[in-house]
Design a protein around this ligand. Structure first.
Ligand code: ADP
Ligand code: MG
Length: 270
């Protein structure tokens, strides 16, 4: 028997959006349990309901059927112990980097010294300590996103929900950000749910990979990742890494092809 506890619990979650003249089934029967301290990645094609699932967990969107529980309590709105990072870095443009990161510690009315220690720690961690007094508009995309991550971490959430946070970054910055995120998580293994459409990213980051397919959005596979516990860039070259990546890729691609004509048919008709 494992002593693990369930942090985040999706119970038979469905979501139907009412569009103008039709209904969109964004999620159907999503059932998933995430343990405390796990790093779970969700991968799937565009439109399969990844963002909707995350918004529901964040309490920013309601379910049509089913419910989401955090620590056994039903989610009925946003909460500071659930940090959210979107693809678009949401920084306050009129606040400096330091003030952005300091936002939550201030709201929580932490004493000056503790507040400064937290902010310094996370600015250091994401490599922005030298830009602490800059305004967001003077930073590159990668730096802004690092600032958003530092700010989310400074809120010290027990659960971090990330929606394609590195999607807009160039390949090298993206790789660095992935490693920094993991390094931060090794120091403080909070529960992370990370959405991406990038298979390689899902494998590099995740303890488990949830594969979703569209029409209607649902979970098709859950793939455990058995790689070194502390991952480094060179692990991408391991045969095990390639094997898992291929497995995930096939699972994602399979669901993409599922409603297309069988490939053999065209040749058969010639
Ligand atoms: P993903 O993040 O995987 O790309 P989304 O969760 O954004 O997918 O969207 C899932 C489906 O729900 C899509 O078909 C999308 O068009 C639809 N959808 C998302 N949000 C809304 C909304 N607010 N109103 C209507 N349809 C929506
Ligand atoms: Mg999305």
């Amino acid at each position: 028997m494992s002593m693990s506890t369930i942090k985040l619990d999706f119970r038979d979650v469905s979501k139907v959006f009412d569009a103008k003249d039709r209904q969109v089934i964004a999620l159907q029967g999503v059932d998933m349990q995430i343990e405390t301290g796990e790093f779970v990645t969700i991968v799937g094609p565009s439109g399969c309901g990844k963002s909707t699932l995350l918004m529901i967990a964040a309490g920013l969107e309601t379910t049509t059927e089913g419910a989401v529980f955090v620590d056994g309590r039903p989610v009925d709105g946003p909460s500071p112990d659930r940090g959210v990072i979107f693809q678009q870095y949401a920084l306050f443009p009129w606040l400096t980097v330091r003030q952005n990161v300091e936002f939550s510690p201030r709201v929580r009315r932490l004493p000056d010294e503790r507040r400064r220690a937290i902010v310094d720690h996370y600015l250091e961690l994401v490599g922005l300590i030298d830009c602490a007094n800059s305004l967001p508009k003077t930073l590159s995309g990668g730096m802004k996103q690092r600032c958003a991550i530092a700010r989310a971490y400074a809120a010290e959430p027990a659960l971090l929900l990330m929606d394609e946070p590195f999607g807009a970054l160039d390949a090298l910055t993206r790789t660095r950000m992935q490693q920094q995120l993991l390094n931060a998580w090794y120091l403080e293994p909070i529960t992370v749910l990370f959405v991406t459409h990038d298979v390689e990213e899902a494998v590099f980051l995740g303890n488990r990979i949830v594969v979703m397919s569209a029409r209607p959005g649902s979970i098709t596979r859950i793939i455990p990742v058995r790689l070194p516990e502390r991952r480094r860039q060179e692990d991408r070259l391991l045969p095990e890494f390639t094997a898992i990546r291929n497995e995930v890729w096939a699972a994602v691609y399979e669901s993409e092809l599922a409603d297309k004509e069988p490939v053999g048919r065209v040749t058969a008709e010639v």
